[in-house]
Design a protein around this ligand. Structure first.
Ligand code: NAP
Length: 252
């Protein structure tokens, strides 16, 4: 199947098929819903034991069961997709996050939009400014999670390093602390943590997903690592520009 870009160049219909890697999780299911709402054909990848979590979508989602770092699984799922939305999670200590990212980078069709999720702790250029508390909590979590072999946060860092080094049409969306609740609309974003617009450090999970899905058609976000925050939070209200969703040149 041709990618969206090829279809557009050929004058054909735009969207399209979107793959959600990690579709059964909380963020993944919100992304599936937003993608369906936009009329996309959706393919979801999730662990075999979690397939039931997608039952509510019925036959509107094609499910490819399997570990997200399994190249055969990812190869099948992303075939013919115009965009791949990937939930990057660092479970275990065997390179789950970097293996997932690498499989998507290697196997997605050329020219596909690749959008990855992670948290504020990922820094692209080292120019993010973190509070002392944030840095300390991250270090403690990294050590503790590794000690009990539950997760390897450094592997999510490695996954993002590979994405940043890639020529693919990627966006890495960096989420703040998350909460459940009704959508407040598209989050606002900044290139760097430490920007006052982000100070409230809260985003509705559904809006994180909304931002990921919106990024599919927002070419201004290609090769960006936006750090996001809810658009109705006090810091966003106080510091966002009127259109809200935009890069903040001053913080570059
Ligand atoms: N939680 C936060 O406060 C927060 C803050 C900032 C950024 N983020 C980012 O948001 C994204 C989603 O995070 P989330 O916390 O909201 O979780 P989530 O959406 O529920 O996603 C968790 C994912 O991990 C999978 N998973 C769980 N246990 C696993 C295991 N042992 N082995 C393999 N896969 C496993 C889940 O699959 P199953 O359905 O199969 O269990 C699901 O796809 C991540 O990229 C995270 O970095 C989260």
């Amino acid at each position: 199947m041709d990618t969206r870009r090829e279809r557009e160049e050929a004058g054909g219909a735009p969207p399209a098929r979107v793959c959600v890697v990690g579709a059964s999780g909380k963020l993944g299911r919100y992304m599936v819903q937003h993608a369906l709402d936009r009329g996309y054909e959706v393919v979801g990848v999730c662990r075999e034991k979690s397939v039931g979590k997608l039952a509510g979508f019925g036959d509107r989602v094609t499910v490819v069961p399997g570990p997200t770092d399994d190249r055969e699984v990812i190869g099948r799922a992303v075939a013919g997709c115009d965009a791949v939305l990937t939930v990057l999670v660092p479970w275990g200590v065997h390179g789950y996050s970097s293996g997932t990212a690498q499989a998507v980078l290697d196997l997605a069709p050329e020219g596909a939009r690749l959008v990855f999720s992670c948290g504020w702790h990922i820094t692209r250029d080292g120019r993010d400014v973190y509070s002392r508390w944030f840095g300390a909590a991250l270090r403690v979590m990294t050590v503790l999670m590794r000690l009990v072999r539950a997760a390897d946060i450094d592997d999510q860092v490695e996954a993002c390093r590979r994405i940043f080094d890639s020529d693919a049409r990627w966006t890495v969306v960096r989420g703040s602390d998350l909460e459940e609740g009704e959508s407040e609309g598209l989050p606002v974003w900044s290139r760097h943590v430490g920007d006052p617009v982000l100070a409230s450090n809260t985003t509705r999970r559904t809006d994180f997903a909304l931002f990921m899905v919106e990024a599919v058609t927002d070419d201004a976000l290609v090769h960006e690592a936006p750090a996001i925050v809810g658009r109705r939070t006090p810091s966003a209200r106080a510091h966002a520009r009127p259109s809200g969703h935009q890069r903040r040149e001053g913080s570059r």
